[in-house]
Design a binder for this molecule. Structure first.
Ligand code: ADP
Ligand code: MG
Length: 611
């Protein structure tokens, strides 16, 4: 057998206390992974110093130089050396403070960690001094005596040659461009979290962005537009919600404004940007039903929670948090977003459908996916649903035509009573409904729209009728871990409410006896396994509902009006009215838009007609 040489570390050596320099280098490994991570720490210090303006200069992706200057309350001369010492902080005094952290920093590790792996100068002037003082340190060695320097009120930290003394770490850095992108994200994160902070951001001597303090909602939106791009700011909705100990506010993207990556996702807990699985899961769930497959939502959201209900001290870079009541937080985020998204019907004046360029291309929707066998009872349900639809149309047909209704009278200037999606005037190529509202022209993809309506109706029916639980012909036994078996027992009631009868057979064995009838022929074992793993991690799971919804969605797709079916005006109008009523009708089940509008003003422009 070959042996592997693990190097000198494997020899038996005596235990000894590490020296400070080594300790700082080890700590630097956690806090300073790359230029962007030290930039983040420096920016957080500016915020903690109540700065209202920050100037950032980054050279060569931050690998050569990062300088951050603020106009905050500064550091007095006699404390400059201390600021660079390990575990020295002005932000915590006692252990209790750790559960009431009101600042971004509190561990007193950032500056010494950065100093250990770079050449750092720290210059500052506090209000009681008539000049500034500066200290310098290289690779964590011998901090210089404070020397007088010209400096306005505030602090400037300059970090040069990151990892110059730790070549092994330098090798982990990527290209300048990649490192710059990370720096860019770090600056954006801070700029978005502090709407009244002026931020000047320069790279290699050129301005990347310069944003001014925003005090009104409109100004904030403009600021977001300069940071995240005009597309997002045009296609997001503002939300604000509050319950006892929690509040959620911010901007969330319309489902039709989705992204290929997660780059436009900003989530803050008490002002601190965090990455959190639980939160990510809740957001993903909220968008589950409306997002184009494989796309990611965009959002800038702020969760405020009573400080004692969240632990921020779980990660050296402070980018993770732990909630005391994680399930409550998860449900709150999910419900609030889900509600906001559901409300996005054409009735919502603030919401406009996307411009054609924003629709993701590539993965054409191929109709239903034959993953689940069509079931007899389902067919019946669909035909009921379609009969309901026909009845509705008939009812409509028997009514007198409203203004511009069946008769297709042209609408004049300021019709007040015109519904948001207007009245149908024609059908184009058997695919699109053309309608006229008070603003101009509406175009509706009738299959996509009807599919969403059918789907939402089927879901509502399933909710109302309860989930028909059906005994499995052959009960399914699954081997699980003890902890999974315990979870299954703990959540037995929840399972029952979903139509799943589950029992523990032994220490490590479960048996599933009944399933909701929609799911009786699905992969029961995997569905339950996935549900248990969600429950273990998040305390909640929506796998079972999702699996049912997937079937309903496929049913809706097959049961909806196909393209090339000729519709009468009354039928078209009926569809438009339903779209105004039904939740999430702005997107089809695959996240594509169901309708678009062109205002008269735009049409006038096409024809160069001034009014
Ligand atoms: P922490 O932020 O966790 O306290 P740091 O190492 O980041 O630890 O900073 C150490 C201390 O130096 C801070 O507690 C603060 O008192 C001071 N300090 C650092 N940066 C600034 C700044 N930009 N303005 C004022 N004080 C600062
Ligand atoms: Mg800090």
């Amino acid at each position: 057998m070959q042996t592997v040489d693990f190097g000198p570390g494997m020899k038996n050596r005596p235990i000894r206390q590490l020296d400070d320099k080594l300790i700082n280098q080890i700590a630097a490994g956690e806090v300073v992974e790359r230029p962007a991570s030290l930039l983040k720490e420096l920016l957080e210090n500016c915020i903690d110093a109540s700065a209202s303006k920050i100037e950032i200069q980054v050279d060569r992706g931050g690998m050569k130089r990062i300088q951050v200057a603020d106009n905050g309350f500064g550091i007095p001369r006699r404390q400059l050396t201390l600021a660079l010492s390990r575990h020295a902080t002005s932000k915590l005094a006692a252990a209790e403070d750790l559960f009431q952290v009101g600042t971004l920093g509190f561990r007193g590790e950032a500056l010494p960690s950065i100093a250990a792996v770079s050449r750092l100068t720290l210059a500052s002037r506090s209000p009681d001094q008539d000049r500034g003082y500066q200290v310098a340190v290289q690779g964590g060695h011998g901090i210089s005596e404070p020397a007088p320097v010209a400096h306005r009120m505030g602090t400037t930290v300059e970090v040069q040659d990151l990892f110059y003394n730790t070549p092994a770490r330098r090798k982990f850095l990527r290209t300048e461009k990649t490192e710059f992108n990370h720096c860019d994200q770090a600056v954006k994160k801070i700029a978005l979290s502090q709407p009244t902070l002026e931020v000047v951001f320069m790279h290699d001597g050129k301005t990347v962005f310069h944003v001014l303090p925003a005090h009104t909602e409109e100004a904030r939106k403009k600021r977001i537009s300069s940071i995240c791009g005009a597309q997002f700011s045009r296609q997001c909705v503002y939300l604000e919600s509050q319950v006892e100990t929690l509040a959620l506010s911010g901007w969330t993207g319309l489902p039709t404004f989705s992204r290929a990556g997660r780059d436009l996702q900003y989530f803050y807990v008490n002002g601190r940007a965090v990455k959190d699985n639980l939160i990510a899961h809740a957001v993903r769930r909220a968008y589950h039903d409306v997002l184009y497959h494989g796309r990611h939502p965009a959002f800038i959201l702020f969760l405020d929670i009573r400080p004692d209900l969240v632990d921020v001290n779980v990660h050296p870079a402070k980018s993770e948090v732990r909630f005391r009541e994680s399930r409550l937080v998860h449900n709150y985020i999910y419900r609030t977003l889900h509600h906001t998204i559901s409300e996005l019907t054409p009735n919502d004046g603030k919401v406009s459908p996307p411009a054609p360029a924003d629709i993701p291309l590539g993965t054409a929707h191929t109709g239903g996916h034959g993953r689940y066998p069509a079931q007899q009872n389902l067919r019946e349900r669909v035909s009921e649903q379609l009969q309901g639809y026909d009845a509705l149309v008939r009812g409509y047909r028997n009514q007198e035509a409203g203004p511009g209704g069946m008769s297709g009278h042209p609408l004049t200037g300021n019709d007040r009573d015109v519904p948001p999606l207007g009245y149908a005037i024609a059908q184009l190529k058997g695919i699109y409904i053309l309608a006229e509202n008070s603003e101009g022209l509406i175009m509706v993809d009738m299959h996509a729209a009807h599919e969403r309506i059918t789907y939402e109706t089927l879901k509502a029916q399933a909710r109302e009728n309860g989930l028909n639980s059906q005994p499995l012909l052959v009960p399914v036994q699954i081997n699980v871990s003890q902890s999974e078996a315990r979870i299954a027992e703990d959540y037995m009631e929840e399972f029952e409410n979903l139509g799943v009868e589950i029992n523990r057979l032994g220490e490590e064995k479960l048996v599933i006896r009944s399933m909701p009838d929609l799911l009786s022929r699905s992969d029961v074992e995997n569905l339950i396994r996935d549900t248990l793993s969600d429950l273990a991690e998040f305390g909640v799971s929506a796998r079972i509902q999702d699996a049912q919804n997937e079937i309903l969605s496929s049913v809706a797709c097959h049961g909806s009006v196909r393209a090339n079916r000729k519709l009468e005006l009354a039928e078209m109008n009926s569809l438009l009215r339903q779209m105004e009523e039904v939740e999430r009708s702005g997107q089809c089940n695959h996240g594509r838009p169901t309708w678009m509008s062109v205002s008269l003003a735009e049409i006038d422009k096409w024809f160069m007609r001034g009014r």
